[in-house]
Write a new protein. Structure first.
Length: 327
């Protein structure tokens, strides 16, 4: 039943493969999609309005982008190139921007294909949140990242395969990335020209959870400023973990609190740090927030605004958010 998510007849003895059934006996373990790290996920909800409701309405009269001449308006002459940015300096061979793919295993393990493919195709690719913070090889001095093997690998792979200046590697920042100075590091040390600020975590009001199976890594993340549950620095929890009372930790990110002054200040700081282009990623928030995003973007004169949908992702969003959030 699309309203309740239950079978029309819920029968005694069923092992409960539905979301409600699993939630009843696995509790919060099934808040997030499983198996973590090797999936991308999509909501099954039929939204009242979604992108599928838009169709292209062509015309039999004339041509756009090329002369209305049957010998010229032929398939090999199709040109989808476009430009982004205040000076139209970001060149795209195709009008596609790949949004933030962050620290999750699914993005990390498939980075070669993503980076090389998008660089060859001439489309911008965005490195999402928490890459430096989750990288055990990151070097952090005075609370600021000065080296990240994983971020460097992701940026350089794209840059090596870029052709004729098309596309761009974009680095995004959430609250923790901001505190670690990830964008400044990417600009100053890795030659990144496009950076992205983010409203919300995962462009939603969520914690952006990942599971951590190692005590040492959980402790490292806690020391780096993440919210880690249960507390891996609490001796009582450490003892429980050692005895197998629980087998994994949860790492959560914080949700940013948007206001005009801070947003304008962040943009200004990034420009001073050398950012050539700045974008904003917002989520499927209520209409007033969308208006706010457009207004603030105009005030700060940023280069482009990305509006996230809510119905899927790399597995860090709870099912409830994918099904019940946004339009
Ligand atoms: S418990 Fe079983 S029968 Fe009941 S709604 Fe879930 S899947 Fe259907």
């Amino acid at each position: 039943c699309p309203t309740s998510g239950m079978c029309v007849t819920c029968v005694e003895g069923c092992i409960g493969m539905c979301e409600i059934g699993k939630s009843a006996y696995r509790g919060h373990e099934v808040i997030y999609p499983q198996p973590f790290g090797i999936i991308t996920t999509a909501s099954q909800k039929a939204y009242p309005v979604d992108l599928a409701h838009f169709n292209i309405m062509g015309t039999a009269v004339g041509a756009a982008g090329i002369e209305a001449d049957s010998d010229k308006a032929i398939f090999p002459n199709v040109d989808l190139e476009t430009r982004l940015g205040h000076d139209k300096g970001i060149k795209l061979r195709l009008p596609i921007v790949i949004p933030g793919l962050g620290s999750t295993n699914i993005a990390s393990q498939n980075w070669e294909g993503l980076a090389i493919g998008s660089a060859i195709a001439g489309t911008p690719l965005t490195i999402g949140e928490n890459v430096c913070g989750m990288d055990v090889e990151s070097k952090i001095e005075n609370g600021r990242v000065v080296h990240s093997t994983d971020l460097e690998r992701r940026v350089k792979l794209y840059q090596e395969w870029q052709r004729d200046g098309y596309g761009a590697i974009v680095v995004q920042a959430n609250v923790e990335d901001g505190r670690l100075g990830v964008l400044e590091y990417a600009i100053e040390k890795l030659g990144v020209e496009v950076v992205e600020l983010k409203w919300g975590q995962g462009a939603k009001d969520i914690g952006g959870e990942v599971k951590v199976k190692s005590l040492e890594k959980a402790q490292l993340l806690k020391r780096r400023g993440y919210v880690v549950l249960p507390d891996p620095l609490d001796p009582a929890r450490v003892e429980e973990f050692g005895k197998g009372v629980f087998t994994e930790f949860e790492r959560h990110s914080r949700v940013g609190m948007v206001n005009e002054e801070d947003f304008l200040e962040s943009v200004s700081q990034l420009r001073k740090a050398g950012a050539k282009y700045i974008s904003l990623k917002t989520g499927a928030y209520r209409p007033a927030d969308l208006a706010r995003a457009v207004k603030f973007s105009s005030m700060a004169k940023i280069d482009y605004l990305t509006i996230d949908a809510a119905g899927g992702g790399t597995g860090m969003s709870p099912w409830r958010m994918m099904n019940e959030w946004g339009v």
